[in-house]
Design a protein around this ligand. Structure first.
Ligand code: GDP
Ligand code: MG
Length: 165
């Protein structure tokens, strides 16, 4: 049998409130949407090819819980996305992390992602960079602010998760 055209295979899951930019981040990063909720991209890291299968989630969908659970149980890495202009999206992701972080079954690598960082003026921003960083520090996970609009830090988020062991 032929060897697969990659050295590692990782399954990632994108979580966060509706409207925070999950699908936009995925569209920025991946080249092949293979369904409404699934994309793949193969990247080169340290002279090895890592194939990423990324599961988007859509809270409008009736099957949401089922899909998310299936993806969640299989996930190697999770992007926890909030919108820096939307306080409640941050509080929801914060609650999610705090609820899950102490569960022993849950040693999946996570990155906290503050998206829409291009909307940086005082009148629009609702969650400071410092608040995002503090939450990530408390929970001992990585933190990045991104913009799916300008492409800021988008690759970095996925590369960070691709390097999880
Ligand atoms: P989802 O529901 O989490 O998948 O969010 P979407 O990807 O559908 O994005 C929701 C809205 O936010 C859309 O109108 C996007 O164009 C917009 N959006 C997404 N990411 C960004 C970003 O980084 N900056 C700005 N300014 N708008 C964004
Ligand atoms: Mg979406």
């Amino acid at each position: 049998m032929a060897a697969p055209p990659y050295d590692h295979f990782k399954k990632l899951l994108v979580l966060g409130d509706s409207g925070v930019g999950k699908t936009s981040l995925l569209l920025r990063f991946s080249d092949i949407p293979i369904g409404t909720d699934l994309s793949v991209k193969t990247i080169e890291m340290d002279n090895e090819w890592v194939k990423l299968q990324i599961c988007d989630t859509n809270s409008q969908e009736r099957l949401f819980k089922k899909i998310t659970r299936a993806c969640y149980e299989a996930a190697d890495g999770i992007l926890l996305v909030y919108d820096v202009t939307n306080e409640s999206s941050f509080l929801h992701v914060r609650d999610w992390i705090r609820k899950n972080i102490h569960s022993s079954s849950n040693n999946v690598k996570k990155v906290l992602v503050g998206n829409k960082a291009d909307m940086d003026d005082e009148s629009k921003r609702a969650v400071s960079r410092a608040r995002g960083q503090t939450l990530a520090d408390v929970c001992d996970i990585m933190f990045l602010e991104t913009s799916a609009k300008t492409n800021k830090n988008v690759e970095d988020v996925f590369f960070a998760l691709a390097s999880c062991t």
